[in-house]
Ligand binder design. Structure first.
Ligand SMILES: *[C@@H]1O[C@H](CO)[C@@H](O)[C@H](O)[C@H]1NC(C)=O
Ligand SMILES: *[C@@H]1O[C@H](CO)[C@@H](O)[C@H](O)[C@H]1NC(C)=O
Ligand SMILES: *[C@@H]1O[C@H](CO)[C@@H](O)[C@H](O)[C@H]1NC(C)=O
Ligand SMILES: *[C@@H]1O[C@H](CO)[C@@H](O)[C@H](O)[C@H]1NC(C)=O
Ligand SMILES: *[C@@H]1O[C@H](CO)[C@@H](O)[C@H](O)[C@H]1NC(C)=O
Length: 683
């Protein structure tokens, strides 16, 4: 029986031992390591919470005043003793924390690592007193029945509690009056023990090591910035046996208390071990702290944005300059009175584009430069004449006249398509004449000359054009500048009279003291220079000069050395000698119809008479050229004959010749005082 009883007792004992070991092996843990707290079942109470990225946030801060404390405990108890009466084991913990103030200068309560007999700190939840760090209350503070061991990271200086300052680390046993404390700092390595201050409430993550060596009965507390490895010298070292404080099973966790300031307490990672060194935390695995304060402005903002601004501003300026330049480039003058002429008016921009920026210069005449262009929209080749003018006055009359002239349509007149006006500039748009002006084919040893048939056709054409100006239209138009260089040839070598009426532009002055004679020397009738009045007869005179130059290939006045050779006189002398054909252009190589040449020369002589009343009309000229009127009959109707022909040079003519030796293409325009009034006076 004894044996049986002994066996029962020993098996019971064995069972008890097994149970004890099972308890040690399964329910209780001796170590853990946590990088972030997303899903490891910490027991939270009060304001404690886990952020979405796994930070343990002990206090939410100011938003929630009803639960000023926050606790987080590891769910499983840790064995600190073999049996309730035994001595405490060594233990060790590492954690990374951050206290983030709402603003750098403001403060708030701190936090604590805590070892407590239960998963929570009952009685401390609603203390409303920040100094207790959520660990105790007024009545329980300091009571040895608490069995609470804590490491406080205090950011408040509570005068009653023997605090060293408002930024200290303390070892607390059963109460917040630290058994030992020190300002937050760490020893840089090298044994010399240089102390570097730390600011707990800096918003920066920091590492804490707490080690209790049961053999030496010593508690070591060490702090360091996150990137610094564990200093060999601890900040706090306290020799104290924790056996009376520790129970067999204890819970480990963190505690904090939120004040009225929105300070946030975070734990980023945590490891713990009984009887040995806790594992070191891997910084790279820790969750990131939320940004504090202002976002550090990225490079894109500090460099990129100003650059972008500069870029956009320069684009803007460039655009503006471009726009203004474009506006200036294409600027026109358009006045109210001009609106009725819009159908005759061209946009400067269109002309600019049509002439590719006035690149293709066709020639420079007395009235201005002529540029070739093409109006793509109308598929029309044009010649644009640029006439500069300074005065605003008179333009109105001129434009009205341009528009009127624009209505003239004759196959031997160059069509005026329209005009455009700019500041100081007038542009006239004409049909483009591909072969250019007639004088190129006549003078200065031309490469290509016209045969007699072609010349005679041009002569007849120009005559009919001039007749149209004189008689064919409701209004009399005096051309004022008939000459070979104002006769243009189209593709079929038809002669067209150009520049009609333009001379009038320069002849609006009505000041009786200044007579504005505009025309070309050699083509000006003597009475025209004398009285300054252009008439049909003055046009006939010019036409006479034109007839002679086309037939003889010579200019009305040619200067050889010091001697002026007057074409009319020379032809007259040939005629008197009985060989008028001698005057024919040698370039014709005597391939011509003698009767026609003779007719043209005699007609030219008739037109060139100094007495205007003796000159034929354009009507008669055309009749003669068409063979409807015999030249002899013409002469007799004019009551003149070969011997009665009179060719007196114009008054003051010699002086003009001296000043304008090359009379071919030059406008005789009076001195500058006339130019000033060119566009000024009314009619
Ligand atoms: C203080 O805490 C103890 C337990 O630690 C509790 O029994 C007591 O009721 C608390 N006192 C107050 C005033 O909250
Ligand atoms: C300590 O706390 C216990 C239980 O809470 C209580 O009975 C005891 O009176 C307290 N001692 C002191 C000195 O306050
Ligand atoms: C504070 O510390 C001093 C000595 O350092 C001690 O005399 C005093 O009792 C302590 N006060 C408290 C409240 O513990
Ligand atoms: C470190 O802090 C202590 C106490 O707060 C202070 O006396 C000391 O001047 C500080 N040292 C440095 C280097 O800031
Ligand atoms: C405690 O200190 C002793 C003697 O210095 C040492 O041998 C032992 O390893 C230490 N224990 C721990 C857990 O650090």
């Amino acid at each position: 029986m004894d044996f049986l009883a002994l066996a029962v007792i020993s098996s019971n004992l064995l069972l008890a031992l097994v149970i004890i070991h099972a308890e040690v092996g399964s329910g209780q843990r001796t170590e853990f390591i946590l990088h972030g707290f997303r899903s490891n079942g910490l027991k939270l109470d009060g304001t404690a919470d886990i952020t979405p990225n796994g930070l343990l946030m002990l206090t939410k801060g100011f938003e929630d005043q009803t639960e000023p404390t926050g606790h987080a405990f590891y769910p499983d108890p840790m064995i600190f003793k073999d049996w309730p009466g035994g001595s405490s084991f060594s233990f060790s913990t590492r954690f990374v924390f951050a206290i983030v103030p709402p603003a750098p200068t403001t403060g708030g309560p701190g936090m604590a690592f805590v070892v407590a007999p239960q998963r929570g700190l009952p009685g401390a939840e609603h203390t409303q007193s920040r100094q207790f760090l959520g660990l105790f209350n007024q009545s329980s503070n300091g009571n040895s029945s608490n069995h609470v061991f804590a490491i406080e990271l205090d950011t408040l200086w509570s005068t009653g509690f023997n605090d060293t300052d408002g930024n200290h680390v303390g070892i607390d046993i059963n109460g917040v009056v630290s058994v030992k404390s020190a300002p937050a700092a760490y020893y840089t390595d090298g044994g010399a023990g240089k102390l570097e201050n730390l600011t707990l409430m800096s918003g920066q993550a920091m590492k804490v090591w707490v080690d209790y060596n049961a053999t030496e009965k010593r508690i070591d507390v060490t702090l360091a910035p996150l990137k610094v490895s564990k200093p060999s010298t601890p900040l706090l070292s306290l020799v104290q046996d924790l056996t009376p404080i520790m129970k067999k099973n204890m819970y480990v966790g963190f505690s904090s208390c939120s004040g009225e300031l929105n300070t946030k307490h975070y734990i980023l990672g945590w490891s713990f071990r009984v009887n040995g060194q806790a594992q070191d935390l891997d910084i790279s695995k820790l969750p990131k702290l939320p940004r504090i304060g202002k976002k550090p402005t990225p490079k894109l903002l500090t460099i990129g944005v100003p650059l972008l601004c500069v870029f956009f501003v320069s684009i803007l300026i460039f655009g503006l300059v471009y726009h203004i330049r474009r506006k200036m480039k294409y600027a026109e003058v358009l006045e109210q009175w001009e609106l009725i002429y819009t159908t005759h008016r061209f946009k400067y921009k269109d002309l600019y584009n049509a002439t590719r920026g006035f690149r293709d210069l066709l020639g420079t005449g007395g009235f201005g430069s002529v540029y070739r262009g093409r109006l793509a929209s109308l598929k029309l080749d044009i010649a644009v004449k640029k006439i500069s003018h300074d005065s605003k006055q008179g333009v109105r009359e001129f434009v009205a006249e341009i528009v009127t002239l624009g209505q003239l349509r004759h196959r031997n007149l160059v069509t005026l398509l329209g005009y455009c006006r700019r500041k100081g500039e007038l542009l006239l748009v004409y049909d483009y004449m591909p072969k250019g002006s007639l004088d190129k084919f006549l003078f200065n040893q031309p490469k290509v000359t016209l045969n007699w048939y072609q010349r005679f056709r041009v002569i007849k054409g120009v005559a009919s054009g001039l007749l149209y100006l004189h008689e064919g239209w409701e209004q009399l138009v005096i051309h004022r500048d008939v000459k070979a260089s104002n006769v243009l040839l189209d593709a079929e070598l038809n002669g067209k009279l150009g520049d009609f009426g333009l001379a009038r532009l320069y002849d609006h002055g009505t000041d009786p003291h200044t007579t504005h004679v505009v025309g070309t020397l050699g083509y000006l009738a003597p009475e025209h220079t004398r009285r300054g009045k252009a008439t049909k007869a003055t046009d006939v005179f010019s036409f006479g000069a034109f007839l002679l130059e086309v037939t003889t290939g010579r200019r009305p006045i040619e200067t050889e050395g010091n001697v002026d050779s007057i074409l009319v006189d020379w032809v007259h002398s040939c005629w008197k000698r009985g060989d008028i054909l001698e005057a024919t252009d040698p370039n014709l190589k005597r391939e011509f119809v003698s009767d026609e040449v003779e007719l043209v020369l005699k007609l030219g002589m008739a037109c060139s008479q100094s007495e205007p009343t003796l000159r034929p009309t354009m009507q008669q000229v055309v009749q003669c050229l068409e063979g409807d009127l015999n030249i002899q009959d013409l002469f007799s109707s004019l009551r003149t004959s070969l011997n009665q022909l009179m060719f007196t040079p114009q008054d003051g003519f010699d002086d003009m010749v001296m000043s304008y030796p090359s009379s071919s293409n030059q406008i005789f325009s009076a001195p500058s005082y006339i130019e000033e009034s060119i566009l000024s006076g009314g009619r």
